[in-house]
Design a binder for this molecule. Structure first.
Ligand SMILES: [Mg+2]
Length: 351
């Protein structure tokens, strides 16, 4: 783990503007991952010491075979990696930094012993990358499907947790990265069970990219933590259920409405290439509904726009401004001079 001064130097190297320098001082307050463990793995419970000046964030996610993943599509490593990634993403969406993880796993007796080891090697691949320490968990046999439950404990600066409820009329709406590839990947996987026609049409890079995006998502820890530490976002959520559904969660919790600009919504290049290759998809509809993207959706005052865009850029991602929070309830989309209401249908995990 780099020291505070190393982190600041690193950000300075890559950004260079005065504004980023000011923000990097705040980001320099990143907790030292895992440094507070008093009792780690192997005892009845783990013990760790909370860092003074930080609040703890705790969340868990359950992944079930046949609902959230299939063992014929995903390698055990991918199941482990994604099982942890989705929980880490929730900590990032609160503006926090993940520090500890606890994993519970139930496996049918007929799974080879290697399955367990490979699944945990996926978990440790992500944990090592993030400096996240596994401090506990449990294993059991399962009479049916594989179950993986991951709990993550993170930290954010005291009082700086970014919730879903702070968006106000006039705030701008931002999303990181591009959208749609995860849904395309799931569709190509599902289609491949029926026929190879769609998979044969799309270029290999599109297929590989979309499927990897679905099976092995990368949680945006640096962007989430930087946005949280800067204290400039009025609300934030990660995109697990689709842009329109997750934005509607912010709107409900904040008691506001929103107007999205169709042309500003960043659509995955792979999705556009798939459409150009003859796959029957509406790229915009896919970007609005694609779940399990794990990009960050947040709101901020207009005067902080450039600062936030630079900040997200400095941690290797990109933020696009896609619309505005309005006082009128409901979610609307402005497209080709016409405004229409978006019906939010929610997202069902389906295999
Ligand atoms: Mg979430």
């Amino acid at each position: 783990m780099p020291s505070e001064s190393e982190i600041i130097a690193w950000i300075r190297d890559r950004a260079g503007s005065d504004r980023i320098r000011k923000l990097s001082r705040m980001i320099g307050l990143k907790p030292q991952a895992g440094s507070g463990v008093v009792v780690g793995l192997g005892d009845d419970a783990a013990a760790f010491r909370a860092t003074s000046g930080f609040d703890l964030l705790v969340c868990s996610d359950l992944s079930v075979e046949g609902v959230h993943f299939r063992t014929d599509w995903s390698s055990p490593e991918q199941i482990g990696y994604k099982g942890l990634a989705v929980t880490v993403s929730d900590v990032a969406a609160m503006g926090g930094h993940p520090i500890y993880a606890l994993l519970n796993l139930a496996l049918p007796k007929d799974k080879p012993e290697d399955f367990f080891k490979m699944l945990f090697s996926g978990i440790f691949e992500l944990a090592d990358k993030l400096g996240l320490r596994v401090i506990g968990g449990d294993t059991s046999s399962s009479p049916g499907p594989v179950f993986l439950d991951s709990m993550v404990i993170g930290e954010c600066l005291e009082g700086a947790a970014v919730t879903r409820s702070g968006a106000k009329a006039g705030d701008l709406i931002f999303v990181t990265g591009t959208l749609g590839a995860s849904a395309l990947g799931l569709r190509l996987l599902q289609q491949s069970l029926v026929s190879s026609a769609e998979n044969d049409k799309v270029p290999t890079w599109v297929r590989d990219h979309a499927i990897a995006r679905h099976l092995k998502p990368e949680p945006l820890v640096n962007a989430g933590h930087a946005i949280g530490a800067a204290g400039l976002a009025t609300s934030m959520i990660d995109i697990s259920d689709g842009l329109s559904t997750d934005l509607s969660h912010i709107l409900t919790e904040s008691g506001q409405g929103a107007m999205l600009l169709a042309e500003a919504i960043p659509i995955s290049e792979g999705v556009l290439a798939a459409r150009d290759a003859g796959i029957e998809i509406d790229p915009l509809a896919l970007a609005l509904s694609s779940g399990e993207e794990y990009e960050l959706l947040f709101t901020a005052r207009p005067e902080n726009r450039a600062l936030l865009e630079d900040l997200v850029d400095s941690v290797g991602s990109r933020a696009s401004c896609i619309g505005e929070i309005v006082a009128d309830h409901g979610l609307k989309l402005h497209r080709d001079g016409v405004t229409e209401e978006i019906r939010v249908t929610g997202y069902e995990h389906s295999m």
